[in-house]
Design a protein around this ligand. Structure first.
Ligand SMILES: Nc1ncnc2c1ncn2[C@@H]1O[C@H](COP(=O)(O)OP(=O)(O)OP(=O)(O)O)[C@@H](O)[C@H]1O
Length: 697
């Protein structure tokens, strides 16, 4: 960027000198803009990467077209090229675009978009690209992304150039018709039109392919990124506890898609609309129709251009006024849709419990209400869209005839030809379409902003949750110097800030197995969560022996989708254990009858009984042989005899493992070496206190 800015400054200085000597104001203007462009290009490393791409493209274009324009001005344009020289207005306009990019980087919403979009273009990840006819090759993801994006920018601008050329074809064809010049007409049609139209079609197809490629890769990158950040440090659990954002699943699945599609479909069309605006404005500006201000003899330069400009600018402002509430409504709509989907998914997950309790009428009422919420907001949305469309539809209709109304007097007076009138009508249409880009896409802008808000608040929630996870003051883990697992000076709070567990020091692991007992709701499971490092509320330190592997089995195990083997190996890969080891572990927890179903895919979480699921979880522990095994009522669904047998198996099979259990049954006391009781304090909190073991009642 620094080198680029120096080159731009050099060209701008040359332009200024040439312009000064030749006394050409246009060249001096181009030079001044060039110097400003050099300054912002120099500062552009401070911009988000996504905006830097545009900045770089404009600086390069200024150099190429600027050099060509200077050559043309000093008369060095080679006539052999047989194309008209580059006008100075082109690099000047490109320079203004570069300045605009810098200016808009300070607009908060643009800064947010650029911040969300940038990581993909900066990614260092290595990927494989397949480019015909070269074939597959390895490349950095960010480099591929930037190349594709720049390619798309260039192809978009080339298409603007082709459209511009076709507008001259239009003029020449209508003039040929008016003059009844058949030869000129056919020449225009076969030679000029066919060539440019073919180029248009080919560039359109290439653009489409590049476009789809960048969209899917970008979305894949964002979905992976968000998923990873959501899963890191149990952030998904912390976010759910804090209740800071609704439906994170929708943000990862839907909002990333909407963001990628819409960022693309705003950034590039906006660019080509602005290029269209500039190039066709030049045509409008140069139309030989004069207009003098009423009551004076002052002629308005570029009269037709100003009509198009004020017409579209006024309409854009009105659209903004009418359409503004759409942003909030679109946001709300997405939220209500996601709530409805979530309720359906929960119903499917708890289908058995609901069926057993005959909860269907309540569920139906709940779902009906959720959908009513959708419909209610939908009508507000429709009403607002109707208001907006009644304006945009009328506006678009008026736009068709307006240029003819303005130009007809000049045509009938013989000031302009039919060809010029048609070309102006076309150019007027292009200019006002470009200016009313915002009008026509207001609804999508509204839903785009809603997606950006959802992604930004999701990012904030992730950052907050992760800050809690690594913050020094919060409840955290440290490596203990000895073999003990201990908790020091800890206070565990509920999410609402109410203290629930207080303790000065608790050492686990002095005995091989410890049983934690206490009243329901006294915070036993919360203590386990703190030891596992996922409970974010409170302070204190949990000391874990260096390198210790800890496994925590909750009362209701999680069984992932897929085969029984996958469920047994979880969280390791399905191929992590030998077949023989898996079958042996199943035998030991009395699941031998399922051994021939290892590779069967089913909803195992629904098919297996509660007790079978708990034994399956114990089999996981037998396979992974952790240093510490925490059992949170992990055998509560088994009868006492089977529970005793399973504990005996664990004791025998995992001689190196320290065991800490939570349980209510008295029979468990005999199976553990030490006892810790949650003692109630006067302030309503509980303290885990080592207690002498008395024989089971
Ligand atoms: N996510 C949460 N939000 C609000 N309160 C919570 C949350 N999780 C737990 N609690 C509350 O914390 C208290 C302790 O819960 P915990 O599950 O640790 O108790 P427990 O001693 O294991 O109970 P039980 O023996 O019944 O399993 C309960 O009052 C519970 O309602």
């Amino acid at each position: 960027m620094r080198l680029l800015s120096i080159l731009v400054a050099v060209l701008a200085a040359i332009t200024l000198v040439v312009g000064q000597q030749a006394g050409l104001a246009a060249l001096i203007g181009m030079g001044v803009i060039g110097l400003l462009l050099a300054a912002v290009t120099f500062r552009s490393p401070g911009l988000p990467f996504f905006l830097r791409i545009f900045s770089g493209v404009f600086a390069i274009e200024y150099l190429v077209f600027g050099a060509a324009a200077v050559l043309a001005q000093v008369g060095w344009w080679p006539p052999a090229l047989q194309i008209p020289p580059v006008p100075t207005s082109l690099p000047t306009t490109i320079g203004v675009f570069g300045l605009l990019i810098y200016a808009i980087s300070f607009v908060p919403v643009i800064a947010r978009i650029a911040r969300i979009a940038s990581p993909y273009f900066e990614s260092q990840e290595i990927t494989t690209a397949n480019l015909w006819p070269i074939g597959p090759f390895r490349i950095r993801l960010g480099v591929l992304a930037v190349s594709l994006f720049v390619f798309l920018i260039v192809i978009n601008q080339a298409q603007v150039g082709i459209t511009l050329r076709l507008s001259f074809f239009n003029r020449d064809m209508y003039d040929a018709l008016q003059n009844k010049d058949a030869a000129a007409f056919w020449y225009q049609l076969f030679w000029v039109f066919c060539l440019w139209a073919t180029l248009w079609v080919i560039s359109g197809l290439i653009e489409m392919f590049a476009n789809y490629t960048i969209l899917i890769r970008w979305r894949q990158f964002m979905a992976n990124e968000y998923t990873q950040r959501w899963l890191d440090h149990a952030t998904h659990y912390r976010i759910a506890l804090a209740g800071s954002v609704d439906n994170p699943d929708q943000r990862i699945a839907e909002d990333t898609r909407a963001f990628v599609n819409q960022t693309y479909s705003f950034a590039l069309p906006l660019l080509s609309q602005v290029s269209t605006l500039v190039s066709f404005s030049i045509i409008l500006w140069n139309i030989p129709v004069a207009f003098t201000l009423p009551g004076t003899s002052v002629a308005v330069p570029g009269y037709i251009f100003w009509v198009a400009f004020f017409y579209a600018a006024a309409a854009t402002w009105l659209t903004h006024l009418i359409g503004r509430p759409l942003i909030r409504l679109e946001f709300e709509q997405e939220k209500r849709e996601a709530n409805f989907r979530f309720s359906l998914a929960r119903l499917r997950e708890y289908s058995e419990q609901i069926a057993l309790m005959v909860g269907e009428p309540t569920e139906r009422a709940h779902l009906t209400q959720r959908f009513r919420d959708i419909v209610e907001n939908f009508y507000r949305l429709v009403w607002r869209r109707l208001k907006l469309s009644s304006f945009t539809f009328s506006y678009n209709q008026l736009s068709v005839v307006l240029p003819y109304i303005i130009l007809a007097p000049y045509y009938f007076a013989g000031t302009i030809t039919l060809g010029i009138m048609m070309q102006v009508a076309g150019a007027f249409d292009r200019v006002q379409t470009a200016l009313s880009f915002i009008i026509n896409s207001y609804s999508s802008i509204a839903s785009y902003l809603a997606s950006i808000n959802r992604l930004t608040s999701f990012e904030t929630a992730i950052a907050d949750a992760q800050h809690g996870a690594i913050s020094e003051e919060a409840l955290g883990r440290e490596t203990s110097r000895d073999e003990s697992l201990h908790i020091r000076n800890a206070t565990l709070l509920l999410p609402n800030g109410k203290p629930i567990v207080k303790l000065g020091a608790l050492d686990l692991g002095k005995a091989r197995s410890t049983l934690l007992i206490g009243p329901s709701g006294s915070g036993k499971s919360t203590l386990f969560r703190a030891i596992a490092g996922i409970w974010p509320f409170g302070d204190g330190k949990v000391g874990i022996p260096a390198g210790a592997e800890i496994m925590l089995l909750p009362q209701r195990p999680y069984l992932p989708q897929g085969t029984l083997r996958t469920a047994l190996a979880y969280p390791a890969d399905e191929g992590a254990y030998e077949d023989g080891a898996i079958r042996a572990a199943m035998e030991k927890v009395k699941l031998g009858h399922l051994a021939d179903k290892l590779d069967e895919v089913d909803l195992w979480g629904q098919r297996l009984s509660g007790g079978e699921q708990q034994r399956l979880a114990i089999a996981r522990a037998l396979l992974s042989k952790p240093d510490w095994l925490f059992l949170d009522e992990a055998t509560a669904s088994l009868d006492e005899k089977l529970e005793g047998e399973i504990y005996a198996t664990v004791d025998r099979e995992l001689p190196e493992t320290r065991i800490v259990s939570i349980g209510h049954r008295n029979t468990l006391r005999a199976m553990h070496d030490a006892l810790v009781t949650m003692e109630a304090n006067a302030d309503g909190t509980f303290t885990p206190t080592p207690t002498a073991k008395t024989p089971a009642a």
